[in-house]
Design a protein around this ligand. Sequence first.
Ligand code: NDP
Length: 349
Amino acid sequence: MPQDRQTNRRIVLASRPHGAPTAADFREEAQHLPTPGQGQLLLRTVWLSLDPYMRGRMSDAPSYVPPLAINETICGGTVSIVEQSHHADFKSGDWVLSYSGWQDFALSDGSGLVKLSGPVLQHPSWALGMLGMPGFTAYMGLLDIGNPQPGETVVVAAATGAVGSLVGQIAKIKGCHVVGIAGGAAKCRYAEDVLGFDRCLDHRDPNFAQQLSRHCSEGIDVYFESVGGAVFNAVLPLMNTRGRIPVCGLIADYNRTAPSAGPDQLPLLQSAILRKRLRVQGFIITQDYGHRFDEFFRQMSQWVAQGRLQFREDIVDGLDNAPEAFIGMLEGKNFGKVVIRVAGDKPAP
Ligand code: NDP
């Protein structure tokens, strides 16, 4: 259903998923369009970002931010247009980066909004991808924690996704040997042919661990961790002395409801960290690096302008398709950064 000017559709958390989310965990509601008061703006969502961290917000396990409440609008970054403004700093028609969540419209008092201007307006959804949070995550996690040096081997998981595709390309810019890990032949081909990785291996292949060992013949200096699980088990024995592991995400575990079966890997991990003096560091981009966004944005914009970065988007049309796209992303069905095209950039009828 398209946007209209009378109603605000929103998708709320109907229940906390147990394991993988299902359609029943989401509910679409329609409300009267809110009217902005003095000092407020009405924002219309054009693009909505879907990101794996949203799965964490649906759970009430302890985390670095409070969970979503039941019946609360699902959170999410958006690129929005100012429809009405009673705020001195914004006018109708301005494009902004907002955190409006899974809904057509949102009221704002202007706090936290970033006005979009310059080249990003040629491709506004990039403010949610290459030039936004995922790009920032790739840039800081790889360069600040991974500290890759020319000639070193960098391995990156979820290699064709929003973060991973940029990690590998930045590592190539820094002169590294890059091995990606992705799900399926088409993704691996894309990583090699379009993203320019030296190799990309399919983690679903029964011989994945042997292949990884063969293609990292000089060991692994930096492993950018987004996945965990079986992929990490294959990577760990190959880490070089003084290797670095930026721990960005553990998506293989996000839907887990019980500890994995099999031997306890913790002693192995601790022993490898000690013997090889590995640096293993988790990071949360929004909490740890906010002060360096300008540095990232300047450098990334320059690489984009020079044509040195490719960025594939998996565009899904319609807010009502967000739950299915989100469920699919956690299963690896997306091919590129998932963005929902909630509406066109023309005003709602
Ligand atoms: P992606 O666009 O990469 O989409 C998720 C991908 O994860 C899937 O396409 C799939 O790729 C892969 N995947 C899912 N399940 C598994 C599995 N069991 N084993 C291996 N791969 C799997 O998402 P993002 O780029 O947005 O996010 C990537 C990671 O970065 C996530 O873990 C996310 O939580 C994390 N992140 C962390 C941030 C931070 O501040 N620490 C900020 C942003 C993201 P494939 O088919 O190739 O396996």
